[in-house]
Design a protein around this ligand. Structure first.
Ligand SMILES: *Cc1c(COP(=O)(O)O)cnc(C)c1O
Length: 391
């Protein structure tokens, strides 16, 4: 008689792309155990704590029994109203909090679930690459296929729509775009979004814009919301997160806004899968969204100093990179003679500096590495010195 069942993964799990960062993690652990003074630029997770007035709002809310019960799956109306106020203030966009705003357990949750609402087996989602891995994985879990839109430097890291065959557009149900972009740090101009809206109308494609980094910008160049562009609400939605804006990655709260039918479709999935965000966290998020711009601008100042230090440092070393106007990433070409993985290994072994290999974000990222500016300025200076000695 059997004493143990044989556990077989479903094919959707077996078909997940290889986790390219696993080997990086292993190398990192090995370096740390050898006592290397590692400077780690591989994590896209703010090292600065959540502002204290947000933490205080949470403390107050957590004591109230009314918040201990199941939340509503779509988010407290007061939270959705705070989102609408924030959009009005920041982008001059009007949203109906009842139908055009939905709370998310972090924007990753909504991005991962949206294909379940709109992708049938065999349908196509247009997915940028290099890019956030959740776009293709969510599509895969829904039984769909990702059509890769390569983001190349020649095209300013925007998709080249002219290269996409008509038959692909016809089969496409969703298009993911993300500006300011992780990992390339590129931003998108108004005319790009206009082109997206024209294509969406022509081929009946739902546009999903990931705007997680809209508040991490420099040189007073405020990124656009997709929702600012005339007609955007007729074709799509915008995912947003408090994670990067307010250093709240651990809190797990985000939101999606835009087209009410699309929001309702995602809502159907969510009512059946989750029960919303802990209301005390929503109360803290309201406190975050209602703060004046002083706090995000202080956060931007910190990243800007880091960006300037790393950008000019790498530039002086002869590396090929453009100065980012947004996000907390620096995307740089590897020196000739290296591929992404080879350069990351070289930096780790010879400089004790860890970056992320560009191909970890998709094949078109080969030849690049990403540095996250989640390291203090003094350590960035130290890292630049060490990199200089090993090039
Ligand atoms: C960080 C990040 C997110 C997700 O953030 P959440 O913490 O889930 O809100 C989404 N998209 C991109 C591109 C990101 O880098």
């Amino acid at each position: 008689m059997k004493t143990k069942i044989s556990v077989k993964l479903a094919s959707r799990v077996k078909h997940l792309p290889p986790y390219l960062f696993a080997s990086i993690d292993e190398m990192k652990q090995k370096a740390i155990s050898k006592g290397v003074d590692l400077i780690d630029f591989s994590i896209g997770d703010p090292d600065i704590p959540t502002p204290s007035h947000i933490v205080e709002a949470m403390k107050k809310a957590v004591e109230k029994p009314v918040h201990h019960r199941y939340p509503s799956y779509e988010g407290m109306l007061s939270y959705r109203e705070a989102v609408a106020r924030w959009y009005k203030r920041r982008f001059r966009v009007s949203l109906d909090p009842k139908t055009e705003v939905l709370s998310l357990i972090g924007s990753k949750e909504g991005i991962g679930h949206i294909p379940l609402a709109f992708i049938n087996p065999g349908d196509i989602a247009l997915v940028p690459s290099p890019g956030y891995p959740v776009y293709p994985v969510g599509t895969l879990f829904a039984g769909g296929e990702s059509y890769i839109m390569p983001l190349t430097e020649e095209n300013r890291f925007l998709p080249d729509f002219k290269s996409i065959p008509r038959k692909i557009f016809i089969k496409a149900k969703l298009m993911f775009i993300n500006y300011p972009n992780n990992p390339t740090s590129a931003t998108a101009p108004k005319r790009f979004y206009r082109e997206v809206i024209d294509l969406a109308l022509k081929y009946n494609i739902i546009v999903c814009h990931d705007a997680s980094y809209s508040e991490i910008y420099y040189d007073n160049e405020k990124p656009l919301s997709f929702m600012e562009i005339a007609g955007a609400k007729d074709v799509g939605i915008e995912f947003h997160s408090l994670s990067k804006t307010y250093n709240m990655t651990g809190w797990r709260i985000g939101f999606v806004v835009g087209n009410r039918e699309v929001i309702a479709g995602l809502g159907k999935i969510k009512t059946n899968l989750d029960s919303g965000v802990f209301q005390a966290i929503q109360e803290a998020a309201i406190a975050a969204l209602d703060t004046d711009d002083r706090i995000p601008s202080e956060i931007r100042k910190i990243y800007q100093e880091r960006r300037d230090t790393l950008y000019s440092g790498l530039k002086k070393l002869g590396m090929h990179l453009t100065k980012p106007h947004a996000t907390f990433y620096i995307w740089t070409k590897v020196p000739s003679g290296f591929d992404s993985a080879g350069f990351v290994t070289h930096l780790l072994n010879r400089a004790g500096v860890l970056a992320t290999p560009g191909n970890g974000f998709g094949a078109p990222g080969e030849g690049y590495v990403r540095f996250a500016l989640t390291v203090p300025v003094e350590r960035i200076k130290e890292a630049v010195g060490r990199i200089g000695r090993c090039l």
